[in-house]
Design a protein around this ligand. Structure first.
Ligand SMILES: Nc1nc2c(ncn2[C@@H]2O[C@H](COP(=O)(O)OP(=O)(O)OP(=O)(O)O)[C@@H](O)[C@H]2O)c(=O)[nH]1
Ligand SMILES: [Mg+2]
Length: 186
């Protein structure tokens, strides 16, 4: 079975834990804010996510990381052998727009991962109606895949976008496995 490690990173209180619970279909509802200490690892198994004929199911490890930079010394351990990085932020906060450049630089560029392995999630909390639909980000973030998540208004859309992203990660894993197999027999 294919196994993928995907990190959720980004500023504190942006909604990483809420999204990780939602995406992994954990039953916990949304409660009051409890800062994540270091990291929390969620397992998520999905049959048929795999478009190709290889393997029926794939398993994801979602690493729900703390946004607190006091855990910076743990970052190399978090990043090790990861296949994808999801950066979650609140599009209404200018400080977040600035901060995600740092998360992208540390977790994607310096690893290095390909840009296609990174997903930006503008997570909308309820009760704010700011006009952030036409959000434009500065370079180099403006070329990354960006989705809007609003769990109160359109949860199924969020789920679908995550499935698409997971599928792209699985395709990359399949491709590198194929290359490995070819290099062994040739
Ligand atoms: N109702 C509702 N509340 C949300 C939503 N997203 C975030 N919140 C609220 O915002 C709080 C913070 O979200 P978390 O997911 O815990 O934030 P985090 O990014 O994991 O923060 P750290 O672990 O400290 O890095 C939650 O406890 C909720 O109270 C949402 O979609 N709906
Ligand atoms: Mg958290």
């Amino acid at each position: 079975m294919l196994k993928a490690k995907v990190l959720l990173v980004g500023p504190c209180e942006s909604g990483k834990t809420v999204l990780a619970n939602f995406v992994s279909e954990s039953i916990e509802g949304i409660g009051s804010y409890v800062p994540t200490q270091g990291v929390r690892i969620l397992e998520y198994e999905k049959p048929n996510l795999n478009g190709s004929s290889k393997g029926a199911a794939c398993r994801f490890e979602l690493w729900d990381c703390s946004g607190d930079q006091k855990f910076e010394t743990c970052w190399p351990a978090l990043m090790k052998d990861s296949h994808g990085v999801v950066i979650v932020f609140n599009p209404e906060l200018p400080s977040h727009l600035k901060e995600i450049e740092m998360w992208y630089s540390c977790f994607v560029q310096q690893q290095p991962l390909q840009d296609s392995q990174c997903l930006l999630v503008a997570h909308h909390k309820p009760g704010h109606a700011g006009d952030t639909e036409n959000l434009t980000l500065a370079s180099p973030l403006n070329t990354l895949k960006l989705i809007h998540s609003n769990l109160e208004e359109d949860p199924e859309d969020v789920r679908m976008e995550f499935v698409k992203y997971f599928r792209s990660i699985i395709n990359l894993l399949n491709e590198s496995r194929d290359r490995e197999e070819m290099s062994i027999i040739s």
